[in-house]
Design a protein around this ligand. Sequence first.
Ligand SMILES: [Zn+2]
Length: 379
Amino acid sequence: MFLPRPYPDEVVGSLLHRAERQLGIGREQLLMRLTGHPLSSHSFLMTPYDGVAHAFGLSLEKFLREHTVLPYMTAFMPTGERRRAISALVDAHGRQGRTASLVRRSVTGKIWLRLCLSCVKEELKSFGESYWHRVHQVTGVEVCVKHDCNLCVTPLRISRDSGIPPPHEVFDYQSADLCISRATAAAVARASAEALWIVKDEDFLPLAYQNRVKDLGYVYMRSRTHGALLAHDLKAFFGEFYLDKYGCAIGTGRKGLWPAKLLHASGQHATTFKHILLRVFLDSTPTPSSSRVEFEGRRKPRPRDWHQIELDAITQLAAEVERHRAAGTRVSAADLYDLAHIRSIVRGHKGQIPQLMAWIEHFKMSPQSARIPGRRPRT
Ligand SMILES: [Zn+2]
């Protein structure tokens, strides 16, 4: 079976749906003829079948590179890892859960197919029809990389559903609101297009990130990369809403500090989108938001020196009690707490101040202790 050559950046689902329309045959019949397998549906984003690639006049390798999300999924993997991922995909014929979940990760946070009105217009003029682009569907992309205009969200799911029409036949779309600045949206679109279109050699990525991050001043202890501050500033740059929407929220726990993890070999399993976010952020030439000292001070209060607190309080309280003894007056424990500003620590941190607590108990038994009236009769 020979079908017309795909359009630039056209995604496999778009090709198959068009073939179905052009040939006027059902999808099961088409898939049987292309793959030799009795399939009832096919992924919109990926194919492991030689027959599909050959029908469109391409080798499987070229087809995977130009018409599936595979290059995007593997863009930031070291060479060995990328090779393993590709063979796992092809060998498993896309049916394993792990493969399917990897493919889904490339469109995290995007359920609906997206189109660019300017692209549709140009394609209708040049080809008499329009098609679904890979670069409009991948995670976090909200503008067209070619036209720099907002993408439109359609009511059609990115799915194995049948009967998906070409973009020019979809009319109930909505222009997507940008969650980030236009310049940032354009930078994310460009970086995503690059991940799809340019084959890279990323074997030394963590080291390259580390050097760049240090050059920008995210450094502490003179030589280490300051991952926590980097994560903090990246979050401020994109905003929580955007990061949350596309599954990249930054928290305070180890998992939440994903920008810091990308700087190390352990980050090699991070999603492509996380790499894109880090790159776009680093390319904006950020300045660290605060000095290390301030930042650490804000994150973690310095541990209190409980022993010193006890000693200072006891000295102060003893002097006050002595004053009352000399004057022949009494003082309540509550007044003493206020005097030494220890009310909250006596209430909340008894365990940390055993010496002070013992001193207070001893004071309460002394003649200088004024007790709350009615609680205990004076003797
Ligand atoms: Zn466009």
